[in-house]
Each structure stands twice: as C-alpha cells, then as structure tokens.
Design a protein. Structure first.
Length: 412
C-alpha cells in the first residue's frame, strides 16, 4: 500500500499549489483594476455616462478601456465577472488551514505554554475569530460610511493590532501570524462575496429592468475594493511568515505583525499615487525601510522554546516513542541533526534552530516523527547537502521506525 504520510504530503502540496495559483489570479486582477481605475482620464470624446478612459498597449495590441461610474445606458451583451479568483483563493486557503492547523493542531496550532487548549477548543476559537473579523470590519464600514476614510482605516488598523495580540495569547507563534493572515483574507474575500458582487448584481438587475442604477452601489463596492488593495501585501507577508521563526517565534511577534500592515500601506500608497499620476512619493520607501529595520530589530528577542517538543508524550507521539527502533533513531537524529536543531545550535554562524525546530530530547524527536520521516527518511532534504553525512542505512532505520507505528498521515 502506498505510504499514507507521503500521500498526505502530496495532498498538502496540491492544495497549497492551488492556493498559490488562485491567489496570483486574484491579486493580479485586483492590482490591475485598481491601477486602471486610478489612471483613467476624462476626455472630450467620452460617451454619455462614461467616467473616464485609458489606452493601453500589451502583447502587441492596443486596448481602449472606458469606465462607467454607475452603468452604461444599456446592458452589454457580453459581461465578464471577476469573482471566482477570490472565492477559490479563500476556499483553498481554508482547506490548507484545515489540513495543516486543524488536523495537525497538536503540532502547529496549540502551544501549551501559551494556552493549554483541547483540539476542539482551538479549532472553535479559530473559526469564531474568522467570523468575528468580518462582523467587526463590516460594522466599522457601516458606522464610518460617511466619515473620512482615513478614520475608517485607523479604526481597522486598531482591530488588526488587537487581533495580533489576541492570537499570540491563544495559539503558537506560527499559528498566530498565519491566523492573522487568514483573518484579513477572510475580510477581503467576504468583501467580494457579501458586498461587491451583490451590489453589481443590483446594478445589472436595474439595467435589465430599464431602471437607472443608484450610484451608491458602485461607490460602496469601490471602497471595499480599495481596502482589499491595501490589505493584500500584509496578507502575503503573514502567509509566508510560517517559514521564518524570526518573524513568528519571537517575543514581539504581535508587534511585528502590526507593523507589517503599515508597510503594506506605505508600499501600496507609492504605487497607487504613481498610477494616479500624482507624483512619485519616494518618502514611502524610506518609511518602509525604517519599518522593516524596526521589525528586524524586534525579531532579535529570544526565540520561544518549542512547546510541542517539551510537552509530555501523548497520542501519536507516544506510539512513535514505543515503536521498535526508536532508540536507534534517537541516536541518529542526535548525531546527525541536533547540532543545528538545538536550543543553542553548535553550527558555526547559526543563532537559532532552523524553522524553530529543536530535536535534542526523545520527546522532541517522537513528536516530530512525521517531519523527520519525510525530510530525512523518504527524501534527502535533511541534513542539507548531507553535511553531517547521514548514511543510507540510517535513513532506512528512520523509515522502518516510522512505518512500524502504522500511524501514517497526520500527527496528533
């Protein structure tokens, strides 16, 4: 029978690739339309009701684009809707959340030194927080609908800072920042599903019925689209943060996450100003660089210990510790891997263990059995470049030990 752990790994790879593909499609179309909207010009030749136009050249051809602020006088025969990119991105992202953080909660989601949660409690908090994000954001938009939009953005930033702190008080550092990204991405996708698309359907229905659409629907949709534009870059950073312990496993990770949102605003401000032909505010890059240096400085706070590794052996980890060959594997890992994967690495120039993974004790090794099996047994990814000269027989011993438990796929 094909190895269950390998199959599960390929499921995760497939879903992750789908998530990346759909995210690229959504972000690409979103950035394009915001840039197009900002670059529109009013010309004497514009048809009635048209708000602006732009000529573009790409791929050897010329494109003449016109925007109607409310709607054209007649319903176009062919109308392209941009929605599935957003929906597919959120659905594939949520699938990754389930595969990695819900089904692997004991390894990636729960940190007993932060809050000792049962798996069902951690999953419930995760789901409730995503729902809360949309409700809180949508309420702010309604309360500040007629206010200066800067006030609304400040209020939203306060919510994001609060959630940054909250997540780090209930989840592991890795899961906290990932959830902050999911929290924000849920707001963005809900903007499309709950506001932008329904408003566009109302306009289309009015056109088909011969009524003049209300301009407020387009105004509201544009507001939400603009918010998505400014939130995109921080979400990308947070989704990648799980690869870098200096971001998620430090004492000030919630402050780092908060500052990332400010960097997203400064970067998008430069692009949006340039697209609108209102100058080149190069000061934004200086502010971004300063924020980045502050983040790098904050990241030097001592890394948290890895709680999963220090926790008592329970569940699947207990089975791995009791499996035949475990003592041999402990010796192999301690001899070939622990010089780097240690609380204080012995490898020259290395300050923290790669990925925050510590493999010094039997409990730590048993808890990370699946990762050791995939990285050093099935594949030869570790040690990198085989710098510690792990022998084929040692890799085979790891494979036999892991398979002896019969646990297969997900830890926990």
């Amino acid at each position: 029978m094909y190895d269950l752990a390998v199959m599960w790994e390929w499921v995760e790879i497939g879903v992750r690739w789908l998530h990346v593909i759909t995210a690229i499609a959504w972000i690409g179309s979103s950035f394009y339309f915001v840039a197009l909207d900002l670059g529109l010009r009013k010309t004497p030749s514009l048809p009635p009701l048209a708000h602006g136009e732009e000529w573009q050249v790409h791929g050897g051809g010329f494109y003449h684009i016109q925007k109607y602020l409310v709607a054209p006088a007649m319903m176009p025969e062919h109308l392209t809707w941009f929605k599935w990119e957003s929906y597919a991105t959120w659905l594939s992202g949520f699938a990754m959340l389930v595969l990695v953080y819900y089904l692997g909660a004991e390894m990636f989601l729960i940190d007993p030194t932060v809050m000792d949660l049962q798996v069902w409690q951690a999953v419930a908090i995760s789901l409730a927080s995503l729902a809360f994000g949309w409700l809180a954001y949508n309420t702010l938009c309604r309360v500040f609908v007629n206010a200066d939009q800067t006030v609304l953005m400040v209020a939203l930033f306060a919510v994001l800072v609060g959630m940054s702190w909250f997540y780090t008080q209930v989840f592991s550092g890795r899961a906290a920042l990932l959830h902050l990204g999911a929290f924000t991405a849920t707001i963005m996708s809900a903007n499309v599903f709950m506001i932008i698309m329904p408003n566009q359907r109302i306009v289309v229905a009015d056109l088909k019925a011969g009524r003049t659409p209300d301009a407020k629907y387009g105004k509201i949709a544009k507001q939400r689209s603009t918010h998505n534009n400014y939130l995109t870059l921080p979400v990308l950073f947070l989704m990648l943060s799980n690869h870098y312990p200096l971001v998620f496993a430090t004492q000030y990770n919630w402050i780092i996450a908060s500052l990332v949102f400010l960097m997203g605003v400064t970067i998008r401000h430069w692009f949006n100003t340039k697209h609108a032909r209102k100058g080149n505010p190069h000061w934004t890059w200086g502010v971004t660089a300063i924020l980045f240096l502050v983040i790098a400085w904050l990241s030097t706070a001592p890394l948290r210990s890895v709680p999963e590794a220090e926790a008592a052996l329970t569940g699947t980890a207990l089975q791995h510790a009791a499996a035949p060959g475990f003592e041999d594997v402990v010796g192999i890992v301690q001899g070939r891997c622990s010089m780097c994967h240690a609380a204080e690495p012995n490898w020259e120039g290395m300050v923290w263990p790669p990925k925050g993974l510590v493999l010094e004790t039997e409990a730590q090794i048993a808890h990370e059995a699946r990762r050791i099996y995939l990285q050093a047994g099935v594949s030869h990814a570790m040690p990198p470049g085989n710098l510690s000269y792990m022998e084929p027989e040692e890799r085979l011993a790891i494979i036999r030990w892991f398979r002896a438990t019969g646990t297969g796929g997900v830890e926990g």
